[in-house]
Design a protein around this ligand. Structure first.
Ligand code: ZN
Ligand code: ZN
Length: 263
């Protein structure tokens, strides 16, 4: 086992699902980069919401201004890519642009969100989530089913996103599924044997802790997206405290592997 682990790349500590002021996050892209970079993460995917233009969960006056709409998409991607350069230089943090393709309906069974990691073109959800996911897959993005509720409790039960749990056809469009979103466990994902990840769904600094993903691949955007699209195993770990200064996510992940190898 030890020999096997020595030949592998140290896993990257990844936040695969994070929001900024481009949608409903509290921090700008720059502030998000400084937070995750300063905490030793290796990979940060910025995944702000793209919603239906008639989203039923939004107030009518917000529908023309909220989220990553077609008219601001290029500026959003530019902002993320500009910060990606700074993140690499300052922290060695790999920042990958993406979008949370967000389809809200009047009932939980019709609602589903999916994070498209590496998506840099606009994908509209106005004609349904399925078409948007097909567009994102064809563009080379990795699709992660976000907070895929079944019967897990949520403060507002009408706002659970349940369609992935009840619709096998939609499920086939996702490469991975959130087994954990922060500290909420979606047990049916494990019971079904689906490929999983864990994400923070970051909106505010209290969301920095919780379950995260470790990926044993090169620290390169194409390699991370390709790994997520593949059937190779991802690992999950819980990170609750600020990582000690100077100790990078890779080193912590390597420590996890040594511990696992020794066990
Ligand atoms: Zn969501
Ligand atoms: Zn989200």
């Amino acid at each position: 086992m030890l020999t096997l682990m020595r030949n592998r790349l140290p896993p990257l500590l990844c936040e695969l699902h994070a929001h900024t002021t481009w949608s409903d996050g509290d921090l700008s892209v720059r502030e998000l980069v400084d937070l995750y970079g300063g905490r030793g993460f290796d990979v940060l995917c910025v995944t702000d919401h793209t919603l239906r233009t008639d989203d039923p969960w939004l107030e009518p006056q917000d529908r023309d201004t909220f989220g990553v709409r077609r008219d601001v998409h290029a500026a959003y991607v530019s902002d993320v890519l500009r910060e990606a350069g700074r993140a690499h230089a300052m922290y060695g943090l790999l920042v990958i642009p993406g979008t949370e393709l967000t389809y809200n309906a009047d009932c939980p069974e019709g609602s589903a969100h999916a994070v498209a990691v590496g998506l840099t073109r606009f994908a509209s959800v106005d004609d349904g989530l399925d078409g948007a996911l097909e567009t994102a897959r064809a563009a080379g993005a990795a699709i992660i089913a976000a907070h895929p509720f079944d019967d897990e409790p949520w403060p507002d039960p009408t706002r659970r996103t349940r369609r992935f749990a009840i619709d096998p056809k939609l499920r086939r469009l996702a490469h991975r599924f959130e087994l954990f979103n922060r500290t909420t466990l979606f047990g049916w994902v494990a019971r079904e044997g689906l490929p999983f990840v864990a994400s923070g769904d970051f909106h505010q600094p209290t969301h920095l802790g919780g379950w995260k993903t470790l990926l044993p691949c090169e620290k390169d955007p194409d390699a991370v997206v390709a790994y997520l699209r593949s059937a190779r195993p991802a690992y999950v770990t819980r990170v609750d405290d600020a990582l000690p200064p100077g100790l990078t996510g890779s080193l912590i992940a390597a420590e996890h592997c040594r511990t696992a190898s020794a066990a």
